[in-house]
Design a protein around this ligand. Structure first.
Ligand SMILES: [Zn+2]
Ligand SMILES: [Zn+2]
Length: 252
């Protein structure tokens, strides 16, 4: 790795943090707005039966969510610099060559990464729901009972640090191709938006039921915001099912 980076240059570091914050925050804004526009304006009639709530959300809620998300963008921007430092100094197990590992490892590493992130978040999430802990930071995310696309990045700064810290830590122990890692980042954005948008976009029918049994979507995460003590997972229902924290429509 031979990237010319001077991490001792404070001006350069500030420039790097500001640039990464800008990219991360605008990724969120552009993707959220596009998603919302697609399903609530363009395809509104086609998806109206899939809307999880009929109530129109207030502008006040959107503003608060974007405010917290802007702070989340700054934190992810700062953590991205730490990540970049580790990457360019070859501390991480991120690799660029396809010859280093077999092709079959690429999809495995993506699933493994998502599963480990899901595991990390499930238990951190359970901890943040403890009554003594909850009010200090996770409460910010739960202020949105009926969620919107903008809720997807709306967290208290401490929770954002907790979430962002996973990335520089996991790449120290998990070998992953750079493209696989970028795929994970894209999936994270897509999944967070889908799960908070307030519209179920996953298929129905036999395949849809099977898919939603294992993969978390809008209906699943919506129950976390409306019923509170269920459905803590991030991508997969695995931990909720194993720990019996999954909301069951008939029995709860
Ligand atoms: Zn929660
Ligand atoms: Zn949420």
């Amino acid at each position: 790795m031979n990237l010319e980076v001077d991490f001792n240059n404070v001006t350069y570091l500030i420039w790097l943090i500001v640039s990464l914050t800008f990219i991360i925050f605008f990724r969120y804004l552009v993707f959220s707005l596009s998603y919302h526009f697609t399903f609530f304006k363009l395809l509104k009639n086609r998806f109206s039966s899939r809307f999880l709530h009929k109530k129109k959300l207030q502008a006040k809620q959107y503003k608060k969510e974007i405010y917290w998300s802007a702070i989340s963008g700054c934190i992810f921007g700062a953590v991205a610099v730490v990540f970049y430092y580790l990457y360019v100094n070859d501390y991480t197990l991120i690799y660029n060559s396809f010859s280093n590992n077999s092709w079959w490892y690429i999809p495995i590493s993506i699933v493994l990464f998502l599963f480990l992130q899901d595991t990390y978040y499930y238990w951190a999430h359970r901890w943040m729901h403890l009554p003594k802990v909850y009010k200090y930071f996770h409460l910010v995310h739960h202020k949105s009972i009926h969620t919107s696309v903008f809720t997807s990045f709306s967290f208290h700064p401490f929770e954002t640090i907790l979430q962002a810290a996973f990335f520089p830590l996991i790449v120290l122990i998990l070998p992953i191709h750079l493209y696989a890692f970028l795929t994970v980042l894209a999936l994270m954005t897509v999944s967070a938006t889908i799960n908070h948008a307030g519209v179920e976009v996953y298929p129905s029918g036999k395949f849809g039921n099977w898919f939603q049994k294992w993969i978390i979507g809008a209906s699943h995460h919506d129950k976390h915001h409306t019923k509170f003590n269920y459905n803590y997972g991030l991508y997969f229902t695995f931990w909720d099912r194993l720990m019996k924290t999954e909301y069951e429509n008939d029995s709860n």
